[in-house]
Design a protein around this ligand. Sequence first.
Ligand code: UDP
Length: 318
Amino acid sequence: MKTVLITGAAGFIGSHLAERLLNEGHVVIGVDNFVTGSKGNVERLGELGMGEFEFFEMNVIDGGVIEKFSNMNIDEIYHLACPASPKDFKNLGVEILEVCALGGKNILEIAKRTGAKFLYTSTSEVYGDPLEHPQCENYFGNVNTLGPRSCYDEGKRFLESYIMNFSEKHGVDFRIARVFNTYGPHMRKDDGRVIPNFIEQFLNGESVTIYGNGTQTRSFCYVGDLVDGLIKLMGHDGFGDSARDRVFNIGNPHEITINELAETLAKVMDKDLNVEYKELPKDDPLQRCPDISRAKEMLGFEPKITLEEGLRWTCEMW
Ligand code: UDP
């Protein structure tokens, strides 16, 4: 049995990760300030009756988190806290940059003081609008430092670099997961991301809004598979000497266009497909697909849930 600290535990991925660890009998300490996380997710975790769940409503940029958690016996830290939907980038740009920089600094300090293993959920957004396809971990990316997505992209890139430098200085045992598009039950309905938008639109009998001409691609990973990847990465030791050896793409390499996504969801939900095409947002990546060879070889990670299966379960629990 381990004691695990999860920042962003009230969020979509954080709450699924917490649920899995609690079901395995671990002690989970969750932190979240509910900027985008939901109280419903925390209540659900409290009602599981498995493991031991403790929750603290705190902002990780608040230095108080260092005092709060540094004297606990924490074995592992999953640092997820950060608004992550493109819809949030407009209104929460400052909060996103601050949680990346200041929150990252505080949580690393806790890792240093407790000696806990540290996993950071970075993002496929570090690759920006990629010029290499599919994206492997060694690709440096194509990011607009002053674009509408830059708060998230640059915040996440900053923290990758900070973690590497902090660890060289203080010896934190870190690993970085670059998380690609993920979906599943308990996503925010008003999240603004493509799958919640489409599900809501189908349920309300509206046309689905496709930005651009719908030929842009994404690769969607079911949240249960993603959580498998995160846990496997946390459990992995034996990395090479370079910081780059500690970075792993985690996602599903099944790439589809947004038009194909709309067709698949219409089929799963048994609805007629009517589309309203809208302007493509600035800097919206035209293609995205993870090369997961490294995670496959070194972690034995491979997504198992097909898009149709995952969408069906998501809709059943919507
Ligand atoms: N998108 C869309 N309609 C929507 C929401 C999103 O066509 O109602 C597109 C969006 O422009 C992007 C893709 O779907 O090309 C995935 O968007 P999302 O916001 O889910 O995540 P992203 O991968 O851009 O971070």
